[in-house]
Design a protein around this ligand. Structure first.
Ligand SMILES: Nc1ncnc2c1ncn2[C@@H]1O[C@H](COP(=O)(O)OP(=O)(O)OP(=O)(O)O)[C@@H](O)[C@H]1O
Ligand SMILES: [Mg+2]
Length: 308
């Protein structure tokens, strides 16, 4: 089990009038190769929780195990020396892409910016050049074209890719993305999400994506974690959550737009299975009830395996 969090608690500004318990009683396990989506209202603790994974937020209470690394809280005090892992090694294992990462670009050239993190963890020489080149190519940019340009001269979408490349050059095995599609247009969102899938299959098998968009977590993630008020309320598959009116009601979570549309079509008399959570499934259902399915068409959701 590469990630195991046990009884995690986190308090901001402890002992001051601004004291705020941001996380309480969090335990979870994430298996190798999973793609998690993390949802929950603003202020529910998503960023605080997952910024613990590469020790950007220092553990206060509880334990976190990530492969061979172990982080052990020391009641809000600095962790004991024997409980401090090799932070550089941890940060190369767990890549963290913040919200609007393009605001953190700083170097004179794209190449320098992308190299920064890898250099910090001790990569140098030919290997550094190769990693930077590979990361820039992986995010879909032309290395020769962009390497000497100022990151500030690129478009918003290109800047975000450069920021992502900087994390990928560290060759993480676990990637945490905090709202990676925030502020992008629909095309840009899809491009970034497809890029994340490519990164997952080619470089970094475990991905955790914080998101406010139900359609994207339904479409892309294997597991969903729901946070509320600093607590982890549910871990389930997207289908279990998004097709349960009871769970959605209890957790105050919206349906994905496609599921809502399917429900509306059903309400208006179309005899479809409304338990669809992706565009492809909805299309399959509409084609099925219209008798337009043929061998090449989409599979209706009713025929899909129940193991999802
Ligand atoms: N630096 C800080 N100092 C004090 N309180 C903080 C700080 N950062 C976050 N908090 C508080 O901790 C709680 C959890 O914040 P966090 O940023 O983890 O939420 P989030 O789920 O990521 O929200 P969002 O969806 O808006 O990004 C909130 O109540 C927030 O106000
Ligand atoms: Mg956040």
């Amino acid at each position: 089990m590469p990630i195991k969090i046990t009884d995690l608690k986190y308090v901001y500004s402890a002992g001051t009038p601004f004291e705020k318990t941001a996380l309480n009683n969090i335990s979870l396990e994430i298996a190798d190769g999973e793609f998690w989506g993390v949802i929950g209202h603003t202020g529910s603790g998503k960023s605080t929780l997952f910024s613990h994974l590469n020790a950007l937020t220092r553990i206060q209470y509880g334990t976190i195990e990530i492969d061979e690394f172990k982080l052990i809280g020391n009641g809000g005090r600095k962790p004991k020396r024997k409980h401090r892992p090799d932070y550089k090694a941890l940060r190369s294992r767990v890549g963290m892409v913040f919200q609007y990462p393009e605001y953190q670009l700083f170097a004179e050239t794209v190449e320098e910016d992308v190299a920064f993190g890898a250099k910090n963890i001790g990569v140098k020489g030919e290997e550094l050049v190769e990693r930077v080149k590979g990361a820039i190519q992986m995010v879909g940019l032309d290395y020769e074209d962009v390497k000497s340009r100022s990151p500030f001269d690129l478009s918003g979408g290109q800047k975000r890719r450069v920021a992502l490349a900087g994390v990928l050059a560290m060759h993480p095995k676990i990637l945490v993305l905090d709202e990676p599609t925030a502020g992008l247009d629909p095309r840009g969102k899809k491009d970034i999400l497809d890029l994340i899938l490519k990164i997952k299959s080619e470089l970094c098998p475990t991905v955790i994506m914080i998101s406010h968009n139900m359609d994207e977590v339904a479409e892309y993630c294997d597991k969903i974690a729901v946070m509320s008020g600093g607590e982890l309320k549910l871990v389930s598959t997207p289908r279990e959550l998004f097709t349960s009116e009871q769970l959605l009601g209890e957790l105050h979570i919206e349906m994905p737009c496609v599921t809502a549309l399917a429900c509306e079509l059903k309400r208006r008399g179309l005899d479809i299975n409304a338990s669809v959570i992706t565009e492809k499934e909805l299309l399959g259902e509409i084609l099925r009830v219209k008798g337009m399915l043929n061998a090449d068409a989409e599979t209706p959701v009713a025929e899909k395996g129940a193991d999802e």
